[in-house]
Design a protein around this ligand. Structure first.
Ligand code: UDP
Length: 481
């Protein structure tokens, strides 16, 4: 074997500044460095503060491994953003129009990184750059300096393929109404969806144009890194690799590389509760008896929706841990009177940020009500959990179809429409019914059975000789030489 084989691979990671992208990128950088590469994460000053603690923990556990942060300047005010607005999590407005304006502005502002990126690539010459899908300009920058650019979307094969088939065939333009179900053309599995569940963007709008750039940069890049594993979605992995892009490597589920308590507890934000107390509470519950409810790091429900969730949980009689993401200055008008008194011992509300993977992995947790953000979905899969699917926006309705129509490990709560941030309204009766359905009964047992098998496959995929392990090997070999 040539000497190249032993050269250390240097990989640069450039995540979009939102938790759903920072967290898997951090996991990915740790994974590459644990396989002998040098990892550098590029980010802004405030986001580097979020990543530093978990990186320090990782380095303490693995003193010989190389992983570092490189900070880029991001002058928010100069770019027309609010002061310190370096992460989607810092958008405080609950007004949807304001948020949409800010989101677009934020997306377009990241182009400011381009010069800094070019300079850094020129001086450090990494072997490749794994940059987020939302940085389409990174392909050009990398090309200029002859560095292969890989794309990281943060989502799985299924939604990437669904989105591709819909973009190519436009079946949504041939239905009589926005709620009429149609089969996604060309996509394996006869998957059914409706027009109002997909984010149908006006291609002439600024956001529409930006998304076209994003798609074009997918095809122009050297390939795609996917946080998934082959056994989860084999038909869609094959379809994506043969039809949609030149190359793709799946190396997930990334969350399972975090093994100890500390690593699982610290994947970004500091939890709003004491992790040990939370686990003790779970220890006191029977196996598979607790439902965990969370909608990720972006969705933010209106008070009337939170009220319905509370009422539905109460009538379901289930044990629960419910994560409520609210701005701290909001008044607590979203809880039925005396709710917390009545559910004492049965239910726990976490206001803010939950140590999600710790909770999902606990044996008492028996179901997951999820917005179907890809990270959460995969974390649920890796924990062997049946799910109640409650998509809100982004590509979450596609992810839901994977769970309900392909994997058959979940039931839909019945969200009909894609509504950014606030979601479609769901009644307490639907919440109650879906929670019961997923926790108890014959069909629930069958779903759980299937979910547990997937979790075993997920673990096997990342072990030595597993599908994700091998893909990562191939990737490292190819980019080292
Ligand atoms: N997360 C968490 N605690 C919370 C909320 C979210 O640890 O209270 C983590 C979750 O485990 C996942 C990520 O944040 O890794 C959210 O990503 P996802 O793709 O599920 O949804 P998004 O936030 O992008 O909508």
């Amino acid at each position: 074997m040539g000497s190249n084989h032993h050269r250390k691979l240097h990989v640069m990671f450039f995540p979009f500044m939102a938790y759903g992208h920072l967290i898997p990128t951090l996991d990915m950088a740790k994974l590459f460095s644990s396989r002998g590469a040098k990892s550098t994460i590029l980010t802004t000053p405030l986001n580097s503060k979020i990543l530093q603690k978990p990186i320090d923990t990782f380095k303490n556990l693995n003193p010989s491994l190389e992983i570092d942060i490189q900070i880029f300047d991001f002058p928010c005010v100069e770019l027309g953003l609010p002061e310190g607005c370096e992460n989607v999590d810092f958008f405080t407005s609950n007004n949807n129009d304001d948020r949409q304006y800010l989101t677009l502005k934020f997306f377009l502002s990241t182009r400011f990184f381009k010069d800094q990126l070019e300079k850094l690539l020129e001086t450090t010459r990494p072997d490749c750059l794994i940059a987020d899908m939302f940085f389409p300009w990174a392909t050009e920058a990398a090309e200029k300096l002859n560095v292969p650019r890989l794309v990281f979307h943060g989502t799985g094969y299924f939604s990437l393929c669904s989105e591709y088939c819909i973009r190519v065939h436009n079946p949504q333009n041939r239905v009589a109404s926005s709620c009429e179900p149609f089969v996604i053309p060309d996509l394996p599995g006869n998957i059914v969806i409706t027009k109002e569940q997909i984010a149908d963007r006006d291609e002439e709008s600024e956001m529409g144009k930006f998304m076209i750039e994003v798609k074009e940069s997918d095809v122009k890049s050297s390939g795609v890194i996917v946080n998934s594993f082959y056994e989860l979605e084999p038909d869609y992995a094959n379809f994506y690799k043969s039809v949609v892009v030149k190359r793709a490597w799946h190396i997930g589920p990334l969350s399972v590389y975090n093994r100890g308590f500390e690593e699982k507890a610290e994947r970004g934000k500091k939890a709003s509760i004491d992790e040990v107390e939370c686990l003790k509470w779970l220890d006191s519950k029977k196996p598979d008896s607790v439902i965990y409810i969370s909608f990720g790091s972006v969705a933010c429900f209106k008070n009337e929706q939170l009220f319905e969730i509370a009422a539905g949980l109460e009538t379901s009689g289930a044990n629960f841990i419910w994560v409520v993401r609210k701005n701290t200055d909001d008044k607590e008008e979203w809880l039925p009177e005396g709710f917390e008194e009545r559910v004492k011992g049965k239910g726990m509300i976490i206001r803010g940020w939950a140590p999600q993977v710790l909770i999902l992995d606990h044996q008492a947790t028996g179901g997951f009500v999820t917005h179907c953000g890809w990270n959460s979905l995969l974390e649920g899969v890796a924990a062997g959990l049946p799910m109640v699917t409650w998509p809100v926006g982004a590509e979450q309705f596609y992810n839901e179809k994977l769970v309900t129509q392909v994997l058959r490990t979940g039931v839909s709560v019945g969200a009909k429409k894609h509504v950014r941030t606030t979601g479609d309204f769901i009644s307490r009766e639907k919440v109650d019914k879906a929670v019961r359905e997923v926790l108890v009964g014959e069909e629930a047992d069958e779903r759980r059975e299937r979910a547990k098998k997937l979790a075993e496959m997920a673990k096997a995929a990342v072990e030595e000789g597993g599908s994700s392990f091998n893909e990562l090997n191939n990737f490292i070999e190819e980019f080292t030489s």
